[in-house]
Design a protein around this ligand. Structure first.
Ligand code: XIL
Length: 297
């Protein structure tokens, strides 16, 4: 193929980009989006603070702009994210205990129900594990409601949208390490206990090196019977950028249950990072990392 999306589709995968609703009026941005990608995810517009700014008051306008743009062009949509310790509305930050648990599960139910039938995969829970060597859960207001908050979130998401694939998503889980092993153990436990989980997202916010066991790590999760997806790929600019993009792409293609790759933005100027980590430069020109990725597909 001559584009990322078409080439990925030939291999039975999607190739997506994180999209910001406010950029959909930028014609250069939309031209690249529509040409190259066959999947989108909202960069911020489906997060808790965006979708439920006041308790019980839901706002889907910006999420809908992205979903409608994508679906009218045949692109699939990843949902990001139902529950996360960050980007919570102030009212939720001020809740705890049973009140927070109820509000969180209501949030999952309402948002997943609103988008029912339109979401390929939901990041039901994002970043619930701590960095470092002990494999512990991250401390958060949600975690303090009880260790079973993740089970409850996945069960509520399944009930609300039985057709969506339900993912757990995290970062610094790209190689085999204490954090990724803790996620692995949770997924294995969920499978054993019948907690509904279909996929694991590997954010893959990468620096100047790729863990040598990146593919092996994807494979061990796939061997648990879940799909794996690369969900927020970006790579520090530098001598290795193109090689790392290519290696990540090859790793996904080598794992049968790796169903797609999403990059976290389109042009370097669209990125949340300041180290030019994307596939197109600020002028919308394809970078060597783009060519390496396309060649790997
Ligand atoms: C980032 C967005 O790109 C920024 O615009 C926002 O200010 C902060 O969040 N992990 C995630 C994403 O799961 O939601 C984050 O997105 C990047 C890290």
């Amino acid at each position: 193929g001559t584009t990322l999306g078409a080439s990925a589709a030939e291999k039975g995968r999607y190739f997506g980009a994180a999209v910001a609703a406010h950029r959909l009026s930028d014609s250069q941005y939309v031209t690249i989006l529509d040409r190259e990608f066959n999947s989108v995810v909202a960069e911020n517009e489906m997060k808790w603070d965006a979708t439920e700014p006041q308790q019980g008051v839901f706002t889907f306008g910006n999420g809908d702009r992205i979903v409608n743009h994508a679906r009218s062009r045949g692109m699939s949509v990843r949902g990001h994210t139902l529950l996360w310790h960050a980007q919570q509305p102030g009212w939720a930050q001020n809740l705890s205990g049973g009140a927070l648990r109820n509000a969180a599960i209501n949030h999952v139910t309402r948002v997943a129900s609103y988008y029912r039938g339109r979401i390929h995969s939901w990041d039901v829970v994002n970043e619930a594990f701590a960095d470092g060597g002990n494999g512990a859960r991250r401390d958060s207001n949600l975690q303090r409601t009880g260790n079973d908050w993740i089970d409850a979130a996945f069960r509520a998401a399944r009930a609300a949208d039985p057709g969506a694939r339900l993912c757990y998503n995290d970062y610094n889980t790209d190689g085999i390490n204490a954090k990724s092993t803790a996620v692995y153990n949770m997924v294995r436990d969920f499978k054993a206990r019948g907690v509904p989980i279909d996929c694991v997202g590997f954010q893959s916010h990468l620096g100047t090196t790729l863990p040598g066991d990146y593919q092996a790590n994807l494979q061990r999760f796939a061997d648990l019977g879940v799909e794996v997806q690369i969900t927020e790929l970006d790579v520090a600019q530098g001598a290795n950028q193109a090689n790392i993009y290519a290696a990540v792409t090859r790793a996904c293609l080598a794992v049968a249950r790796c169903t797609g790759i999403t990059v976290w933005g389109i042009r370097d100027s669209d990125s949340w990072r300041d180290d030019n980590p994307l596939l197109f430069d600020a002028n919308g020109t394809r970078k060597p990392a783009y060519t390496a990725t396309l060649d790997a597909l």
